[in-house]
Design a protein around this ligand. Structure first.
Ligand code: PLP
Length: 439
């Protein structure tokens, strides 16, 4: 075994699968076995595995200017063009962009950005951040503390309290409902819980609430109708900013440009990564509105710098990869394609799995979905912890499909956005064999 500490891996386990190359939505292992990449690797390879144009943009940029930092305003064309392009796309007022390398660092940046802003406007006490149970926001110190998945917190002594992080209910009706509660009653209850929490903490101590419009790693939770409307009304009432973590949802995944569009969220702040460059080169962005940027100018001038930045912030090759990816999305109407094929995938998933004895809930929107695996459909009792998802993931792989077991009992699907309806049919045939095999 190579001396690698693999990320998010049971360190007692050995290497599982050695991948060698990819084409379209397929990847191939070292023995030549073919797999459909049913999770777009880690929710990110939107354009599949052999996009010659993105590869060309990367190699052109490597030949021209392979690297240059962007500290102190030393800049280059790809970063400026990318920011201008994104400004026209995002639903944030007069947006400014800080570029990083991963979803985690984008969220850490925003954690710090919020502190910087509230210090700048003389409200240093407005520093708490609300996150949700089952939220996933990455693994760096602040992002990892905003994450609520047990495995990401266990043994790391995450400084949750020191960072003033508050947790609120996960908006998952299927696993969170009480008794005969309707969806509307469930929403009212969790919104009311949140309001009580805000009142108890003091709204003037809370800066923002971070939400994934549709969650990914916690099992693709699509909140019920009306949830975001009520949530936003509550947060606005208490002057708490809405921070959308679009690291998975951004750029077509939910069948629209952003998850915020699909779910009716008007964000103040956004973070995204992954599909920004179809994952061909690491890049992330932390987005703030112009009115926030304006207030950060004076303190930065007083110190001499806005003292936050990574060596690779705005890496020219990453920016070139992202620019080309965005150009392709626009030219090929990739988001419209994702909406159409996504609607088909959702319909087929429900047709095939709703009555399956092992499936308690089929959920998702656009090209992201999950099956909740249960041992008792009526009560929703889950299979022994972790068993359902892990078994289906293993059987899927044996049947030529890579998916991910998330949150123990969910099997998640998130194929490249370029997938066709015929390929969806083939993917679901392979998934059905895996779920049947687990029964
Ligand atoms: N936020 C969300 C919603 C994510 O799904 C992820 C990763 O899957 C992250 C943040 C962290 O991104 P990264 O793994 O690039 O650090």
């Amino acid at each position: 075994m190579a001396p690698v500490i693999y990320p998010t891996t049971n360190l007692a386990a050995t290497e599982q699968l050695v991948l060698d190359h990819g084409k379209g939505i397929y990847v191939y292992d070292a023995d030549g076995n073919e797999y459909i990449e049913g999770l777009a690797s880690l929710w990110c390879t939107s354009l599949g595995y052999d996009n010659a144009e993105v590869i060309g943009a990367i190699t052109d940029q490597l030949n021209k200017l392979p690297f240059s930092h962007t500290f102190g305003g030393k800049t280059h064309e790809p970063i400026m063009k990318l920011a201008e392009k994104l400004k026209d796309m995002v639903p944030v007022e007069d947006a400014y962009f800080f570029f990083g390398n991963s979803g985690s660092d984008a969220n850490d940046t925003h954690y710090k950005m919020l502190r910087y802003y509230f210090n700048a406007i003389g409200k240093p006490e407005k520093r708490k951040i609300i996150t949700r149970e089952r939220g996933y926001h990455g693994v760096t110190v602040a992002a990892g503390s905003l994450t609520s998945l047990p495995a990401n917190l266990a043994h790391f002594d995450a400084p949750v309290e020191a960072l003033h992080i508050l947790r609120s209910d996960a908006p998952h009706y299927y696993t969170g409902r009480q008794g005969n509660e309707t969806e509307a009653q469930f929403v009212d209850r969790i919104i009311d819980n949140l309001e009580q929490q805000i009142l108890a903490e003091g709204a003037d101590t809370i800066a923002a609430m971070i939400v994934e419009p549709i969650t990914g790693a916690s099992g693709v939770i699509v909140p019920p109708e009306g949830y975001y409307e009520k949530l936003q009304a509550l947060l606005r009432k208490h002057d708490i900013l809405v921070w959308a973590d679009e690291v998975i949802c951004g750029f077509g995944r939910t069948g629209a440009d952003f998850g915020c569009t699909t779910m009716g969220i008007k964000p103040d702040l956004m973070t995204f990564a992954k599909q920004l460059s179809s994952a061909y080169f690491p890049i992330s962005a932390s987005v703030i509105p112009g009115w926030m940027y304006e207030k950060m100018i004076a303190p930065s001038a007083a110190v001499g710098v806005f003292g936050h930045g990574y060596t690779y912030s705005g890496h020219p090759v990453a920016c070139a990869a992202a620019l080309k990816t965005l150009e392709i999305y626009e030219r090929d109407k990739t988001f419209e394609h994702a909406a159409e094929v996504g609607a088909y995938m959702q319909e087929q998933l429900r047709a095939i799995f709703t009555d399956h004895p092992l499936v308690g809930e089929v959920r998702g929107k656009g090209l992201i979905a999950a099956l909740e695996l249960v041992s008792n459909k009526t009560t929703g009792a889950t299979i022994e912890k972790g068993a359902g998802g892990a078994t289906v993931q293993r059987l899927a792989q044996e049947n030529g499909l890579l998916i991910r077991a998330v949150a123990g009992n969910s099997a998640a699907l998130c194929p490249p956005l370029i997938i066709t309806k015929e390929e969806v049919d083939e993917m679901l045939r392979r998934l059905k064999k895996a779920v049947d095999g687990a029964y």
